[in-house]
Design a protein around this ligand. Structure first.
Ligand code: V47
Ligand code: SF4
Length: 391
């Protein structure tokens, strides 16, 4: 017999009927609405949400878990903006505490990968007042001329918005220029929390939600794919997260240009929001699970291991996540400055494969657009470690 607790009928399985009805919808492949997503945040237990998200993940991808071989370049940490959560940027006035790479230095980083089987370079940094569109277009051309097959995923909508405004170009004109110079896709950064109630408190001076979404929509129309992030676990409420995901889901219905959603856990070291405690692991896993359930038109859900930590990223593979980013090989301080345990994040292919296999999933190396490069399910990790073509 069911018990009545707090005016809700609790079934013998411990799931209230309204939550049970939402679960039925999800199991039938129906889309849930914002109110239902809020109920999941407020009342869904972790194992319950995990099992729903996992069934969606397995329906889409089975046990496949993607990673890629990439490397990061941060052109500068000098930034005209002052996001309160940022531990990494330095204002131009304090640029002696920052770094600023010359084209040749960035090109040397790229050349350092000659002969290595990387498929992607990820270029994201601060918004430097003196590095303009022409500077970055030249960099892209140089990289492409040297290594045409290397996918360039570069520049958040925040960086792009600033570059285009300074160059007095529309998003379409600016993106076409960069695309012609070699840009292949956009990363998902700069999204933070779209709702102005929160955005105005944590990053009031950079591009707003409409501007961020317009740049991604325009990119999609030009045939460039992109990712989307959300910075969660600070002052926002659950409904702000849902509002954020709704705006993304609506745009994805229109363009189908997003590849991956990446929830970014707020890290609180050395920034203006350090007094806010970080989210618990239970909150993190709930976030992934609900993102997997609500964003039914996003093909992929990524756990970004340098920010989340390796073991938590491994755990997230049971909560809807099917991608753990890549080798990264970052030599700057962007992550450790925000409180990540990773000083210079870098994982070998053997380490990524091991992490995925330990979670009983199938490691698949992908390119940026999720074309399969190699299935590692039948590889012996020792074989990968000792083969320079594989590691
Ligand atoms: O937008 C800044 C976040 C983002 C903190 O598309 C912080 O594949 C946590 O865009 N705590 C930039 N997060 C990173 C980014 C990205 C990263 C990995 C993969 C992809 C992709 C994109 O970093 C910013 C901001 O949300 N961030 N400070 C912090 N204290
Ligand atoms: Fe600048 Fe990005 Fe840091 Fe904001 S998060 S201050 S835009 S580097």
């Amino acid at each position: 017999m069911p018990d009545v607790i707090n005016h809700k009928i609790i079934t013998t399985a411990g799931v209230s009927r309204d939550i049970g009805a939402i679960a039925d919808k999800i199991r039938n492949g129906e889309r849930i609405n914002e109110e239902e997503a809020l109920q999941l945040f407020e009342k869904g237990s972790l194992p319950f949400l995990g099992s729903l998200a996992n069934s969606i993940r397995e329906g889409l991808h089975g046990d496949k878990t993607y990673f890629n071989r990439n490397f990061h370049i941060e052109p500068t940490n000098v930034c005209v903006f002052s996001c309160n959560f940022c531990s990494y940027s330095r204002l131009y006035a304090h640029k002696e505490e920052g770094w600023e790479l010359r084209t040749e230095q960035m090109f040397d980083i790229v050349k350092g990968y000659d002969g290595k089987p990387v498929t992607e370079v990820h270029i994201v940094g601060g918004v430097h007042p003196k590095l303009n569109l022409g500077f970055f277009a030249d960099l892209l051309r140089k990289i492409k001329a040297h290594r045409p097959g290397l996918h360039i995923k570069g520049f958040t909508a925040v960086e792009l918005d600033y570059m285009f405004r300074k160059a007095k170009l529309t998003a379409e004109e600016g993106l076409k220029l960069l695309q012609n110079a070699g840009l292949d896709s956009l990363p998902g950064g700069g999204a933070e929390i779209f709702h102005p109630e929160i955005r105005d408190q944590i990053c009031s001076d950079k591009v707003n939600a409409e501007g961020w979404l317009t740049i991604h929509e325009t990119a999609h129309q030009l045939g460039l794919h992109s990712n989307a992030t959300m910075l969660y676990g600070h002052i926002e409420k659950y409904w702000h997260r849902i509002d954020h995901m709704k705006r993304l889901r609506d745009l994805q219905d229109k363009t189908k240009g997003f590849n991956t959603f990446i929830p970014l856990k707020f890290r609180n070291k050395d920034n203006d929001m350090s007094h806010i405690p970080e989210s618990t692991i239970v909150e993190d896993m709930k976030m992934y699970a609900i993102a997997r359930i609500y964003l039914d038109n996003f093909p992929h859900l990524k756990a970004y291991w340098p920010m989340l930590g390796r073991q938590n990223a491994q755990l997230s593979l049971s909560f809807g996540v099917n991608d753990i980013d890549g080798t990264i090989d970052d030599t700057t301080k962007i992550y450790s400055m925000a409180g990540s345990e990773e000083q210079h994040p870098s994982m070998s292919t053997a380490q990524l494969v091991t992490l995925i296999v330990q979670a009983n999933r199938k490691p698949i190396e992908r390119d940026t657009l999720y074309n399969v490069i190699r299935d590692y399910s039948n590889f012996d990790v020792r074989e990968i470690e000792h083969n320079p073509l594989l590691n």
